[in-house]
Ligand binder design. Structure first.
Ligand code: NDP
Length: 288
């Protein structure tokens, strides 16, 4: 495949993306704001552009992997005329609103635009387990999928350019709350002399097994009926013992009390006989 590819941004992630392309034999031009970051890529066959303008003109497809939304505008705004008619794939982390703004900016200028959210760390690029989420132009995704697949498993969510970022941030939300849950448990057993490592040995298989219940919860939510048989009920899900035991251990109850609050709002509204999936109603409707 001899698509001319340009990579803007040779930080930890941009370098990994560029290296995967070069190693697969793509003619690649690379650019970084500060000099001195292209050496290894050039040794592998990439061409280093002296200016970002030169880099953009060399690429049929331009990959942007910069710090944030503002830096992408800072670099690309002056080059809008050179980008017209080319393809821009922006894998810089942004919010959904910023991704939509960038897509509108690109559309106005006649630039084909695909937005990406990277669910991997640099050394995972090109390895099994790496995932990159995309939204924006379906034509760009379809045309360049073989190239994108060199980096990671590529998943496309739709023409709304904000969707990849939305999924990315939703998945990260799940990760952070899960981390807090694991750490809460580790803090609970610590005063009993249990190391975090010993607790992790028990927690990892337990939490992994619990993910097996996600589709069951999802089926109830998507079905729109929280009274269907076979679910754990909200009134059966009292967290009083968990909160009391945490307090007895002298640790913060914030993490577990947060979940208790979500359940309590549904109990207060008279939904105790319904399933735990109903907790999502407390999240969807703040304060109800
Ligand atoms: P680094 O901090 O390693 O690199 C940042 C890059 O952005 C450098 O090339 C830097 O250039 C460039 N940059 C910053 N500000 C500007 C600017 N105003 N103008 C031009 N260039 C600028 O970050 P990463 O490579 O790790 O991350 C890049 C993107 O990838 C980020 O959006 C990040 O969120 C995302 N990402 C990273 C992951 C990771 O694990 N590293 C995971 C998932 C996503 P210079 O060398 O001149 O400073």
């Amino acid at each position: 495949n001899n698509v001319q590819v340009t990579v803007l941004g040779l930080g930890a992630m941009g370098s990994a993306l560029a290296a995967a392309l070069v190693q697969a034999g793509h003619p690649a031009t690379v650019w970084n704001r500060s000099p001195g970051k292209a050496g290894e890529l050039v040794a592998q066959g990439a061409r280093a552009a002296a200016t970002v303008g030169e880099a953009v003109k060399a690429g049929q497809v331009v990959i942007a992997c910069l710090l944030d939304h503002a830096s992408v505008h800072e670099v690309l705004d002056p080059l809008i005329d050179d980008l017209a008619g080319r393809t821009l794939i922006n894998v810089t982390t942004t919010t959904p609103a910023q991704a939509r703004e960038m897509a509108a900016w690109a559309a106005e200028a006649g630039i084909a635009y695909l937005d990406g959210g990277i669910m991997a760390i640099p050394h995972m690029i090109g390895q099994p387990g790496a995932s990159i989420l995309y939204s924006g132009s379906a034509d760009v995704f379809d045309e360049y999928k073989p190239l994108l697949d060199l980096w990671a498993t590529s998943t496309y969510f739709g023409e709304d350019a904000g969707l990849a970022s939305l999924y990315d941030l939703a998945l990260l939300s799940g990760m952070y709350v899960m981390w807090a849950g694991f750490l809460h448990g580790a803090a609970m057993v610590a005063p009993a002399g249990v190391t975090a490592s010993q607790f992790a040995t028990m927690a990892a298989p337990w939490l992994t097994a619990m993910t097996g219940g996600f589709q069951g919860l999802a089926a109830v939510i998507d079905g729109g009926d929280y009274t269907v048989e076979g679910q754990q009920s909200l009134e059966f899900s009292s967290l009083d013992d968990l909160v009391a035991a945490s307090a007895d251990q002298g640790i913060s109850t914030e993490v577990i009390a947060m979940v208790q609050g979500l359940i309590q709002r549904q109990l207060d509204a008279g939904h105790g006989k319904e399933g735990v999936a109903r907790m999502i109603e407390s999240i969807k409707h703040p304060g109800h």
